[in-house]
Design a protein around this ligand. Structure first.
Ligand code: SF4
Length: 346
């Protein structure tokens, strides 16, 4: 993919939070500053109309990346660009037009919708902020948006608590679409929903993408969900991307041991009795991350170099992967061999 034509470009982005004690206590007790490196040197790009999924266990930094992209957090380092313009512009007066072009859908539709507002007011709010529409034009646009997300214009006077979880997420999507955005950052948009409703919302999002030419960054902890929507998948672990590949390549030939662990956690409904790499251990404390490769305390293939040196992110075919074992050829290719190694290491 040509980096120069990327619609969204994230280059070595970091987001660190100071979690030290209040400054006076820290100075008096001579405590050092403590920083939480929620995102630490993340790079990826998106083409227009593409869906990139960001997956990983909770606490890996994927929601922080989402907030960086819509300007809710400011990057500590690196560079983020949207359609050739720096994302830092979002925080300026001139950034109003840019803000309109990118929107976010949150995980919990109930928490993100004002419970005291009727649906019509919730959806029309971005139109008031970003548009110069008359009241009648806004009303008409709300009806169109309700229909676009599979609700009825007759729902416009109801309150959020009068809808099911799936319908509330449809309202969130309608609100995000109100300002005619081009890029949607979707932070676990289906994880609060029942499985049957998840599929309906995912299908709705795919249809809207086709009809409106949207670009999605889709964040999820569930690889099975992103399989339905993603063109490419980036796997995050402790603030870093450890593997980035096309969806088919990642599912058919996962390289990184952590990706294999996540894939093993997907229930096997094929009846083929797939080999599994057991999911071992817990995500380490991000305030005290392991030296070298952050995955080494959980990795069945770890060697001395893994404990001492952070692996670089290098291409393996069209896949980008950060793993000494893949780069130096000691990770087995087949699932069966991987399972044997992983099981014996436990
Ligand atoms: Fe495992 Fe080493 Fe690769 Fe890290 S670098 S994933 S510890 S083999």
């Amino acid at each position: 993919m040509s980096e120069t034509t990327a619609f969204v470009k994230v280059q070595d982005a970091s987001c660190w939070f100071d979690v030290s004690a209040p400054w006076l206590e820290r100075v008096l007790k001579r405590r050092p500053r403590i920083q939480l490196k929620a995102v630490n040197g993340v790079s990826f790009s998106l083409q227009k109309g593409e869906t990139l999924a960001l997956v990983g266990e909770s606490g890996c930094g994927k929601s922080t990346v989402a907030r960086l992209l819509v300007g809710l957090y400011e990057a500590t380092g690196g560079y983020i660009e949207f359609d050739g313009q720096p994302i830092s512009k979002l925080r300026t007066r001139e950034g109003k037009h840019l803000r309109q072009r990118l929107q976010m859908i949150f995980q919990d539709p109930y928490a993100s919708l004002n419970p005291r507002w009727r649906v019509a007011r919730i959806i029309a709010e971005p139109l008031k902020v970003h548009g110069r529409m008359s009241r009648a034009e806004r009303e008409a646009r709300v009806d169109v948006l309700l229909e676009q997300v599979g609700l009825s214009p007759s729902d416009r006077n109801r309150y959020p608590h009068q809808f099911s979880g799936g319908q509330r997420q449809r309202i969130s999507i309608a609100r995000a679409l109100a300002a005619n955005p081009e890029f949607l950052v979707c932070d676990e948009p289906t994880s609060a929903l029942d499985v049957s409703v998840q599929a309906q919302v995912l299908n709705l999002m795919k249809r809207l993408q086709r009809e409106l030419g949207l670009t999605y960054l889709f964040i999820s902890h569930n690889l099975a969900v992103v399989h339905h929507v993603a063109d490419r998948i980036a796997v995050m672990y402790l603030g870093k991307i450890v593997e980035l590949a096309t969806r088919d390549e990642l599912f058919e030939r996962p390289r990184h041991p952590y990706t294999r662990m996540l894939l093993s956690a997907i229930p096997d409904t094929s009846g083929a009795g797939k080999q599994r790499v057991p999911v071992a251990g817990e995500v380490p404390n991000p305030l005290n991350p392991p030296t070298g490769c952050p995955f080494h305390p959980r990795c069945p293939y770890a060697r001395d170099i893994c404990r001492n040196e952070m692996p670089a992110t290098l291409p393996d075919g069209a896949t980008l992967v950060a793993c000494h074992g893949v780069q130096q050829g000691w990770i087995p290719d087949s699932d069966a061999e991987a399972t044997a190694v992983a099981t014996s290491a436990r």
